[in-house]
Design a protein around this ligand. Sequence first.
Ligand code: GLC
Length: 533
Amino acid sequence: MTQQLTGATTAAGTGTRWWRDAVIYQVYVRSFADSDGDGIGDLRGIEGRLPYLAELGADAVWLTPFYGSPQADGGYDVADYRVVDPLFGTLADAESLLRTAHGLGLRVIVDVVPNHTSDRHVWFREALAGGGRARYHFRPGRGADGELPPNDWQSVFGGPAWTRVADGSWYLHLFAPEQPDLNWENPEVRAEFEAILRFWLELGGRGVDGFRVDVAHGMVKAAGLPDIGTAEQVQMIGSQTLPFFDQDGVHEIHRAWRTLLDSYAGERIGVAEAWAPSAGRLALYVRPDELHQAFNFQFLRCPWDGAAMRAVVDESLAATASVGAPTTWVLSNHDVVRHVTRYGGGAAGLRRARAAALLMLALPGSVYLYQGEELGLPEVTDLPDELREDPSFFRSAGQEGLRDGCRVPIPWTGDGPSYGFGPGPGWLPQPESWGKHSVAEQTGDPGSTLELYRTALALRRRLAGLGDGPMHWLDGPEGVLAFSRPGFVCTVNTLPRPVELPAPGRLLLSSAAPDISGESVRIPGDSCTWWAI
Ligand code: GLC
């Protein structure tokens, strides 16, 4: 028995383009699989684990930066955009990984970091020596002797966004001092990045299938670099309107990149890591002539609350539908506390995380999974300070958002020096509980989170139209989200206690087994159930 429809149809897509409903698995390269025993994950390690990702049911893999880098910010400080850092392998390894992935039917998306380079990049070294400064933002300081920064901007990682160099001038870095911001008003910068994109789009013949564009909202700064006028800490995940984020000028760059991507066969895509003050502003990045997708951080930030989640779903779908783009869904990534922990941690956090995953996989749009979420991994909250590498830890003690705890190497086996991550210990210590979370321990256990993801992804593929197309909200008691998709109903009980409902159809999958008796069903607290209708 289906329930009464109460909502309008939302998000109609064509369903024909791969990226509209793709499940894209994020590999944090340093922490996925270590083939050579140096404690750091590498491209060969990833290549060896690609069959796992294909079998899991991912459509594509997104690899975080593996380019030449002094690693001041986990590789988001790129010194050479056209090489593989020896830590992670060689260009030949990258080509081999691409071939193997494509052979398994997996697409590969790589990161591009255009807002800033490393301070070791040849351009910045030239700038320090006095040449080519127009590629960056160098300014004289304020105060009698120029001893004060040129404006009041704060770095996302804490502290001033300016650093003074030997000749007394200052350069802008929205992130760490080792990450000087590029000046995108300079045509040389634009030309160089187009060449970098082409390099990766052509690597080994077929090239990569797309780019995740780092800080896609930050490349253009307000003219004159005006003061903000407040001492408020800058938040990357925020709704502030700032003179260095979400400036209208960035869209011209994305349009040029879209033209470039479209000039290659095979639907190469761009996904924006863009933080915009509203869903409407975010949708501008995915207009038909701009990037294909943008991460939906509003969904990631939403608490485990039925009404709030429904509002975010509606707002996200409406905003992207207004420009004809698919919505994306994401719960975790390498910059945020893992969602098991965000939702309260422990058994309750895991129950909610499993339910949220099924909710996300039942919504229309493309889904981003972060390595280890399919294992139900929690955040590691007790890392010793001396082992931390996240620059935000060193620049802003006490600031929330320390990012090493979600970057701990993932466990593949129940034992071994790094639970199968590599032949020796990993670069960050794994908790003892990692063994029972491992791929090997969970495989074949029908109650495990890994098998829940595997089944959900297989069903999502099988149920034509689940990833794209319309959805309708259904009536439900407060705290319960219910919606239908073609031939399908999803019910989410966000309350901590069971609720009684008329059974919406035939049980397909559940994050916690419902109790069906006759026409009615008792749905456990903090759970999500999929039904065939
Ligand atoms: C993005 C990355 C983050 C990095 C920052 C600066 O937000 O996801 O890890 O620190 O950009 O490049």
